[in-house]
Design a protein around this ligand. Structure first.
Ligand code: ASP
Length: 587
């Protein structure tokens, strides 16, 4: 080894020892003839002292620039009292350098790794990611990522799971996104797809009798990027044979509790709370509700369906709802209310109504005069509203009302400081519908087409597909979907029925999933599993707001890598070899 010790680990116990350190020059200061250098390695920082009494080392130290890589030999000494730095773990000591060697010099760095996120533009950070990684925050985030992964691996290994890889060059797996395609040179005109998830392979593992599988798997989905999406991301993917929903849920919550304890020292109470999909939407306007604060949506449709206020009665008559939020004891300025209404409109609502509860406990507001005394007081009761509360109301179709109020709820939670940032709020969302409407009269899978319908709904599969429940579950943390899974279909006849309901023709089913349908013929056991988004989990554990801050080499919102410049144009020759030609002469 080029060194005897790590910078960040020296303390008063080391005083008097001769040590050799190696690392990067974080900065250099000249003071009264002495030169001080902060030396950084992965473990932290320590101060080096260059004294003119040691002319060779002192002279060399004058040439040092930030981010030069050096090796320093010397003796650890206690700092003068006035020089102790209580903010640094090594702040009691310094290294009096006897010998200095420059292992490699650095160009002037584009930014100091010490600089905060706000101070350096993200594209620059990503372009020089190796400099950025030297900063404490990225280092800590990646270490946390490592510890999270190890905790998961240890837990699952202890539960008899085997970690097995699945192909990256493969065939489309439907998870609702576009595929990334890879042309095959040896099979011209044919393409591999990168896996959107290892879904079918893990099911084949179960058919192959492996019983318990997991993988920390890379998944590829070609989507328009949003803040928390990346074209490639990492999932904990797992699958188990001979299980029911309860078994997967039980295992995963035990694992999450373990991981939370081992990574951030948080104690999570299990079983985790559960909420049906319907209740989650009705009460929180979201299927990944943030349960760190209450503020539930209240439905008053029944109370106002016969009222003289046309907006209410006609909305309910048309099958819509009147719902709202009770903002306790808040006085909003007119401009704040206008902002909320503006936000509601942006989200697709026709408008937002508000009313106040006065000192007498009576409802006051522009539309209130259209309501009878009795209705007013029943509304106050429905919200359990108190004097001084503000009611925000929406009349719209159920979906829009839930969506908009769900967003307003989050906005208010932040604005009014209702969210306990220290809390870890996990929940399961269960009883999902198997299908959703596809907007053109057909249905699509809510999860993926391999999810098993609830037994009691098998009879109405074809007649009333939108009423069929799925044996599916999502796990939510602090208002973000962490992951989801399901019990799978393990019989070919049922799988084919589902394809039919989805409007997939037998030919299409055979060409896309023939290999899988065939496997279902050869003794597929009942099985189920789940996948959890690990980038997201680590992001939450790290208290970050973007998954890019917990991924070593992420891409930008345009799916580009500022570091490597991928994606790139390729040589004409490479295209020719692949049997490809670009359309429209587009480069
Ligand atoms: N393959 C699913 C996904 O990636 C998870 C699962 O059903 O296990 O979302």
């Amino acid at each position: 080894m080029l060194r005897t010790d790590s910078c960040g680990e020296l303390d008063l116990n080391d005083v008097g020892r001769s040590v050799t350190l190696a690392g990067w020059v974080a900065n250099r200061r000249d003071l009264g003839g002495l030169t001080f250098v902060d030396l950084r390695d992965r473990s932290g920082l320590v101060q080096l002292l260059f004294n003119p009494d040691v002319p060779d080392a002192h002279e060399k130290s004058q040439q040092l620039n930030r981010e030069d890589v050096i090796k320093a030999e010397g003796v650890v000494s206690r700092r003068e009292k006035e020089n102790v730095n209580p903010n640094l773990p090594t702040g009691d000591v310094e290294l009096e350098v006897q010998k200095l060697e420059v292992l490699n010099s650095s160009d002037h760095p584009p930014f100091s790794p010490k600089k905060g996120r706000e101070e350096v533009n993200e594209v620059t950070r990503l372009k020089y990611r190796y400099v950025d990684l030297r900063g404490e925050k990225m280092r800590d985030n990646l270490q946390l990522r490592h510890r999270t992964f190890q905790s998961i691996r240890n837990f699952l290994t202890g539960k008899d799971f085997w970690e097995i890889e699945t192909p990256i060059l493969t065939k489309s797996t439907p998870e609702g996104a576009r595929d990334f395609l890879v042309p095959s040179r040896l099979n011209k005109g044919k393409f591999y797809a990168l896996p959107q998830s290892p879904q079918l392979f893990k099911q084949l593992f179960m058919i192959g009798g492996l019983e318990r599988y997991f993988q920390i798997a890379r998944c590829f989905r070609d989507e328009d990027l949003r803040a928390e999406r990346q074209p490639e991301f990492t999932q904990l993917d797992l699958e188990m044979s001979f299980v029911q929903e309860e078994d997967v849920i039980g295992l995963v919550e035990e694992m999450l509790a373990r991981v939370m304890e081992e990574t951030v020292g948080a104690e999570i109470e299990t079983p985790l709370p559960r909420l049906s999909y319907r209740r989650a939407l009705d009460l929180y306007g979201s299927d990944s509700p943030d349960l760190r604060f209450d503020l539930q949506l209240v439905d008053i449709s029944e109370l106002v369906e016969d009222s003289d206020f046309g907006i209410f009665s006609s909305t309910v008559a048309d099958g819509g709802v009147v719902k709202g939020l009770d903002v306790e004891g808040e006085e909003f300025a007119r401009s704040e209310l206008d902002e909320l209404e503006e936000k509601a409109r942006e989200l697709g609502a026709a408008g937002l109504l508000w009313a106040e509860v006065n000192e007498e406990g009576e409802l006051e507001g522009s539309f209130v005069r259209h309501l009878t005394e009795a209705t007013r007081s029943r509304i106050v009761d429905a919200f359990s509203a108190q004097a001084g509360d503000l009611l925000l109301l929406l009349a719209d179709d159920r979906e829009t009302a839930n969506e908009v109020l769900g967003q307003l709820r989050l906005e208010l939670g932040r604005k009014l400081d209702l969210i306990d940032e220290e809390e870890w709020s996990f929940a399961w969302i269960v009883e999902f519908p198997l299908f959703g409407a596809d907007g053109s009269g057909g249905v699509t899978s809510e999860h993926h087409p391999f999810t098993c319908p609830a037994e009691e709904d098998l009879e109405i599969l074809e007649e009333e597909p939108l009423s069929v429940k799925a044996k599916a579950y999502d796990v939510v943390l602090n208002g973000l979907e962490l992951g989801g899974g399901s019990i799978r279909i393990h019989r070919r006849d049922l799988q084919e029925r589902i394809f039919r309901v989805l409007g997939i023709t037998p030919e299409e089913a055979r060409s896309k999933f023939g290999f899988f349908l065939r496997a279902l013929n050869y003794g597929a056991p009942p099985h189920g599993g789940i996948a959890l988004g690990l980038d997201r989990l680590v992001m939450l554990l790290a208290g970050e707001e973007s998954i890019r801050d917990v991924i070593a080499f992420p891409k930008t919102g345009m799916a580009q890598s500022p570091l490597t410049d991928a994606p790139m144009e390729v040589e004409e020759e490479q295209l020719r070899e692949l049997g490809l030609r670009l359309r429209d002469g587009k480069k």
